[in-house]
Write a protein that binds this ligand. Structure first.
Ligand code: HEC
Length: 150
């Protein structure tokens, strides 16, 4: 049996483990949105290479990347709560996100739709037709709502 004394000794270890879990699960909205955006950036680059013909068209990759961006954008939409305009960590979100919530939502919806069109594309032609709208939607939102880095 576990004595009370052993229990007391084991407790700090358990707390540290629990604390680590919490840090991962409850990382703040800034970290989380930046991490998801980074994933979108990677997926977007893969798609853009295919779009430019630098990588061969691959329907499975298009679907995977398109779905990932759709899913991440859905999540990202919930990760700009009031008060998350300042870090730490450093955030590049502009105040306009909170002063023009309709505009921010519209920019998010446009990107969501564009990513969905890529995920739903069925061949190389429909894929290539769908890519420019996503590029414009990502860039459009950044232009208005994100400070450039550095
Ligand atoms: C609705 C607005 C909006 C849309 C749409 C959007 N972004 Fe962003 N993005 C932001 C904001 C705001 C930040 C800054 C977040 C921060 O620093 O807290 C950002 C940050 C980023 C970053 C930098 C992350 C980091 O900190 O390293 C990348 C990469 C990125 N976005 C890629 C994309 C891609 C690719 C798309 C299109 C699939 C996209 N974004 C669509 C608003 C948007």
């Amino acid at each position: 049996m576990f004595s009370a004394r052993q229990f007391v000794r084991a407790l700090p270890v358990a707390l540290v483990i629990a604390g680590t879990g919490a840090a991962i699960a409850f990382a703040g909205p800034i970290e989380e949105r930046q991490a998801l955006m980074k994933e979108d950036g990677k997926a977007g680059q893969e798609l853009f290479k295919m779009f430019k013909g630098e990588a061969p068209y691959d329907a499975a990759t298009v679907k995977k990347d398109g779905d990932l961006i759709v899913k991440n954008l859905e999540k990202i939409a919930t990760l700009f709560p009031p008060g998350s305009d300042k870090g730490p960590p450093e955030t590049f979100a502009k105040a306009e996100i909170w002063t023009d919530p309709e505009g921010f939502k519209a920019a998010g919806d446009a990107a969501y739709k564009a990513a969905k069109a890529i995920a739903d594309s069925t061949d190389e032609a429909s894929f290539k037709a769908a890519v420019p709208a996503l590029g414009e939607a990502c860039g459009g939102c950044h232009k208005t709502f994100r400070r450039p880095k550095g």
